[in-house]
Design a protein around this ligand. Structure first.
Ligand code: HEC
Length: 117
């Protein structure tokens, strides 16, 4: 009866953990409040948005000129290794998150808490 837990927390609703992971790895530079651009762009409504489209003033050419749409798999790849998805981005000194479970929590958090509506 504890099988679901043993199978791994990745499939569980994990808002609490996701928020914590976001705070640990992203919040130094990003907010999820609309139009709250800091060192990096606001990530409000980022899931489903086009890269470089938030109104943040300091995008790199790489980000502005990319054709990327931030669906969940693309976001996951980006936070694993930004340069692989957007060459010449300037999301530095962030270097990537190797832990798949943590990336999933962050993407879920952005999906559930960063919506436009
Ligand atoms: C050291 C500061 C910093 C950290 C830490 C950081 N970012 Fe960023 N992020 C940036 C900057 C600066 C940009 C703009 C990059 C560019 O224009 O090339 C950016 C861009 C982005 C974009 C593209 C946004 C858009 O409007 O297209 C996403 C998505 C993103 N970051 C997600 C994350 C996530 C998720 C984390 C945590 C796992 C994270 N970032 C951690 C600074 C950071």
């Amino acid at each position: 009866m504890v099988a679901a837990v043993a199978a791994g927390a990745a499939d569980q609703p994990s808002a609490g953990k996701g928020e914590l992971a976001f705070n640990n790895h992203c919040r130094t530079c990003h907010s999820i409040k609309p139009d709250d651009h800091r060192q990096g762009p606001s990530l409000h409504g980022i899931v489903g948005a086009e890269a470089g489209s938030t109104g943040y003033a300091a995008y790199s050419e790489g980000m502005k000129n990319s054709d990327v749409t931030w669906d969940e798999p693309t976001l996951d790849k980006f936070i694993e290794n930004p340069d692989q998805v957007i060459p010449n981005n300037k999301m530095k000194p962030y270097t990537g998150l190797t832990d798949e479970g943590v990336r999933q929590q962050i993407v879920d958090f952005l999906e559930s808490r960063g919506k436009s509506e």
